[in-house]
Write a protein that binds this ligand. Structure first.
Ligand code: NJP
Length: 236
């Protein structure tokens, strides 16, 4: 298998779907993960129909067993994992005193624990290979906060810290860690459907796919640590 084996979490829609389609088009064998069986299966089918290679898994990224099982199966079938795009994420936006313990756990479980679980599962295989590229889709609010964003921004700051620290651990082992920090993107994230008029001035999911492609296509001696990307319409 000469194709790069690339895992993408949260691939059923939005940014993850666009990244998966782009990387499959560029010749990666994409392993696409999400909870929605129908949507993730359709994506696999769409990629295969268009001449690409994809394998889908129904996987809740916050579930340790499910994540470990997926990675074990991929390693069994392909013997390696070249790239991982940690993209799955959710947001809950409320004044701090209205955030429930359940809200807190849901957001932290997906955004922080999920990122940790998937990254931890692939690390031994990348270390053994002496190469690999771990990518995170964090947020511009990994570096700034806003009212009603205490929970979500805490989770995105945590992702930022996790990847910054990890980069220092694995860089000398030949493993790259890169993070994309997007501003507003037209997806299903903002309680709207992708393409709705109120999101017309946002970035497109394809813009993030282009950024991911650029980062993953750098030559071996180049590491893009981070990439911040905003729509022109958004002050930062
Ligand atoms: O959101 P959306 P985006 N286990 O809602 C999956 C960040 N970001 O594409 O499981 C596994 O269209 C879900 O699939 P499913 C954001 O924080 C965005 O915008 O089937 N997967 C779906 O495929 C996030 O980290 C903006 O429901 C789970 C995907 O995640 C990333 O971009 C701005 C899951 C979400 O698709 C992608 O979000 C920014 C779980 N437990 C950062 N829970 C923005 N859109 O403006 C959810 O700064 N998913």
């Amino acid at each position: 298998m000469t194709k790069k084996i690339t895992l993408i979490s949260g691939a059923s829609r939005g940014i993850g779907r666009a990244v998966s389609l782009r990387l499959a088009h560029e010749g990666h064998f994409v392993i696409v993960l999400a909870r929605n069986a129908e949507e993730i299966g359709e994506l696999e089918h769409e990629i295969d129909e268009s001449g690409g290679k994809a394998l889908s898994f129904v996987c809740d990224i916050s579930d340790e067993q499910q994540v470990n099982d997926v990675v074990a199966e991929v390693i069994r079938d392909f013997q390696r994992i070249d790239c991982v795009v940690n993209n799955a994420g959710i947001g809950i936006f409320k004044p701090a005193e209205e955030i429930t313990a359940d809200d807190w756990e849901r957001v932290m479980d997906v955004n922080v624990k999920g990122t940790f679980l998937l990254t931890r599962a692939v690390l031994p295989h990348m270390k053994a290979a002496g190469s690999g590229h771990i990518l995170g889709i964090a947020s511009d609010v990994s570096k700034r906060t806003f009212a009603t964003g205490s929970l979500y921004t805490a989770s995105k700051y945590a992702q930022h810290a996790f990847f910054e620290s990890l980069r220092r651990e694995v860089r000398s082992l030949g493993i790259k860690v890169s993070v994309v920090y997007p501003g507003l993107v037209d997806t299903y994230f903002h309680q709207a459907e992708q393409g709705e008029p109120q999101q017309a001035k946002f970035l497109h999911a394809d813009d993030i796919a282009s950024a991911v492609s650029y980062i993953l296509n750098t030559p071996p001696h180049v590491l893009i640590d981070e990439l911040m990307i905003h729509p022109m319409s958004q002050e930062w």
